[in-house]
Design a protein. Structure first.
Length: 134
């Protein structure tokens, strides 16, 4: 197999943006597929320990959606957009680093017309708390 990708990053004050693509091709007996996922990550610091973050995999325009293409079985192909918006806080407590994330995830997936599957819509609210050593 082989893989290639590109990444571009920019920062303007407290606002950071990263744009990347990933393309993976796997070739073997009876396999021929590729996956391309343009992604965008943005972070804005509200305070030194608090930030609002947005991650986007697939960029809504049809040619920029995350895309899995199976050239052997077209019915297994799909396109999708995944959005995550979260508030992150980082702090310390009694020698531990505490990171908490509160946010929402939204994913829209369109399957190949030959699959017979309807569009898949998924939304979730999440709270993550991670405790680690300093």
């Amino acid at each position: 197999g082989s893989g290639s990708g590109a990444t571009m990053a920019a920062q303007l004050g407290d606002f950071a943006v990263t744009l990347s693509t990933e393309d993976t091709v796997q070739a073997g007996a009876g396999q021929s597929w590729s996956m391309v996922t343009p992604s965008l990550k943005a972070r804005y610091h509200l305070t030194p320990n608090t930030s609002v973050e947005l991650a986007q995999a697939g960029l809504f325009v049809p040619v920029l959606r995350a895309r899995y293409a199976d050239r052997e079985e077209r019915a297994r192909s799909w396109t999708s957009n995944l959005s995550i918006l979260q508030l992150t806080t980082i702090g310390t407590h009694q020698g531990y680093v505490l990171t908490s994330n509160v946010g929402v995830r939204r994913e829209l997936t369109d399957y190949h017309q030959d699959s017979g599957l309807p569009k898949d819509k998924y939304s979730a609210f999440f709270v993550d708390v991670v405790l680690g050593l300093e």
